[in-house]
Design a protein around this ligand. Sequence first.
Ligand SMILES: [Ca+2]
Length: 184
Amino acid sequence: MKAFVTTVSAATLLLLATGGASHGRPTADAPCAGQIHANPGFERGTTGWTAGPRIVVLGDEARPARTGRAYATFAGLDVTRSDLLRTTVTVPANCDLTVRFWVRTTTTETSRGDYLNVGLAVTGIPPKTRFSLAFDGGSQWRQYAMSTGTATTERTATASFLASEVAGNGTTAFDVDDVTFTLS
Ligand SMILES: [Ca+2]
């Protein structure tokens, strides 16, 4: 490609540049758009996700999904345990990734015995907990968002939901739905 470019005239290069602009961006910039996860709302079960054995995906008329019929739930079982739900996507060079997700909290707790830590691990940046949600998260669906920022190289980004529960002080269930991964 470089050899080709050096042999064409400046006038042709100018034509190519203006032609590219008027017919949409060339492929180098095209990936920075749209939602890129195949199963953001768990309608296809845990496809595209790595889910711990106690994470169930269900449709429940008493506790309906935010959209569709399914969601991921870290159910309050009043046992001491932790569970992890995560997924990894590729972030093309020069793109920003925004992860948006909804959480609903059902609880009998009045302290932070049980929690849901939401993290975003990005190539070149130390993994970090972005949100630490607990009993006071609210019984209605609430949306949260976190972003990677941009870089000049392709990266991977792993979003993780780690629930930790301690037995004997009440129970908290965390429901998660519509985890979208949008490039810009
Ligand atoms: Ca759903």
